[in-house]
Design a protein around this ligand. Structure first.
Ligand code: NAD
Ligand code: MG
Length: 282
C-alpha cells in the first residue's frame, strides 16, 4: 500500500470514487474461471458501483448472472462496473438514488423486475462511515445518517424484494469484523454492522421455511473507496492483522458467489470472515 495518496478532496464529498484510487483495487483475479454457477440468475446489489459491491457484480456476471446495481451518485464508477459486467457477456442495470428513502428502494426493486422479469439474489452492501475518536463528536445527525444508510435499507430492500423471491433464492448481507470485535473509532458504524449480523440471523430463521437462504460476509480491511474517503492515514491500512496486509475486493467477491449459489444450499444464518486471519466467533 506504499505510495498511496489519500485524495483529501474525497473527504469533503463522501462516498469516495474508485476511479481516483491509487493503487487501483483488484476487482477479480485474472485466473478466476466462471463455471456457470449463477447461470440465468438475476442479482440486485446495493453499493455495486465500487469496492466490494463492484467485485460481487463482476464475479456474479462471470458466473452467468445479470445484475442490477444501486449507487448514490458515483456515475463514473457505476459506468465502469457496467462495462466490466458487459465484458463478461451479461447485462447490468444502473439505478442511482438514495437508499435512505424507502420509496426509492421500492422503485429500484421494481425497475430490476421490470428489466429482468425476476430477482434471485439480493446483496445488501451499501454503507457509510464517519470515524470519530470520542463519543461527544458523534452528532445526532451523524448517528441518524449512519443508521439510516447502513441498516434501514436492509429492511426496505428485503421487504420490497420478498414477493419476487422463491425457493432456492438467496440474500447476502455485508457486515464487518467490527461487528464482532467492536471498533473504538467507528462506534456508530460498528453498531450498525452488529445490527446487520442479528438481522441476518433473525431473517434466516424467518425465511428458512420458504427455502430462501440468508447469509452474510464480514470483511476485515479491504482496499476500497470507503477507506480512502474516510480514513486520514491509509498507508498502514490492514498492516496490523495477522496476514499483515489489507485484502483486495477480488478476495471477497468469491464468497458471495458461494453464498449465492447452490454450493451453499444447506447454509443459512451464517457469516464468512474475510479478514486476513483475525479470529472472531460466530
Ligand atoms: P464503497 O464505498 O466502494 O461502497 C459503498 C457504496 O455504498 C458506495 O459506492 C455508495 O454508492 C453506496 N452508498 C452509500 N450511501 C448510499 C446511499 N445513501 N444510497 C445509495 N447508495 C449508497 O466501499 P466498500 O468498502 O466496498 O463497502 C461495501 C461494504 O463493505 C459496506 O457495507 C462496508 O461497511 C463493508 N465493509 C468494508 C470494509 C473495508 O475495509 N472496505 C470492511 C468491512 C466492511
Ligand atoms: Mg462508490
Amino acid at each position: 500500500m506504499k505510495n498511496t495518496k489519500a485524495f483529501p478532496e474525497q473527504k469533503q464529498n463522501l462516498p469516495g470514487n474508485e476511479y481516483l484510487m491509487n493503487p487501483e483495487p483488484e476487482i477479480i483475479k485474472e485466473n478466476y474461471t466462471g463455471s456457470g454457477k449463477l447461470l440465468g440468475k438475476v442479482a440486485f446489489i446495493t453499493g455495486g458501483d465500487s469496492g466490494i459491491g463492484r467485485s460481487v457484480a463482476v464475479h456474479f456476471a462471470r458466473e452467468g448472472a445479470n445484475v442490477a446495481i444501486v449507487y448514490l451518485k458515483e456515475d463514473k464508477d457505476a459506468l465502469k462496473t457496467k462495462e466490466l459486467v458487459e465484458k463478461e457477456g451479461q447485462q447490468c442495470l444502473l439505478v442511482s438514488g438514495d437508499l435512505k428513502d424507502e420509496n426509492f428502494c421500492k422503485n429500484a426493486i421494481k425497475s430490476c423486475v421490470k428489466t429482468f422479469n425476476k430477482i434471485n439474489i439480493i446483496v445488501n452492501n451499501a454503507a457509510v462511515q464517519f470515524p470519530q475518536n470520542e463519543l461527544e463528536k458523534i452528532t445526532t445527525a451523524q448517528l441518524q445518517k449512519t443508521f439510516e444508510t447502513n441498516i434501514y435499507p436492509y429492511f426496505y430492500i428485503t421487504k420490497a424484494a420478498l414477493p419476487f423471491l422463491n425457493k432456492g433464492d438467496s440474500i447476502i448481507n455485508t457486515s464487518s469484523v467490527t461487528a464482532y470485535r467492536g471498533s473504538e473509532h467507528l462506534l456508530d458504524y460498528s453498531s450498525t454492522k452488529g445490527a446487520i449480523l442479528t438481522f441476518t440471523r433473525s431473517l434466516s430463521t424467518m425465511l428458512a421455511k420458504k427455502q430462501i437462504r440468508v447469509n452474510g460476509v464480514a470483511p476485515g480491511p479491504i482496499w476500497t473507496p470507503l477507506i480512502v474517503a474516510t480514513f486520514d492515514k491509509v498507508s498502514d491500512f490492514g498492516k496490523d492483522n495477522p496476514m499483515g496486509r489489507a485484502g483486495q475486493p477480488s478476495e471477497v467477491g468469491p464468497a458471495y458467489v458461494f453464498l449465492a449459489s447452490e454450493d451453499s444450499s444447506y447454509i443459512t444464518g451464517q457469516f464468512i470472515h474475510i479478514n486476513g486471519g483475525e479470529l472472531v466467533g460466530g
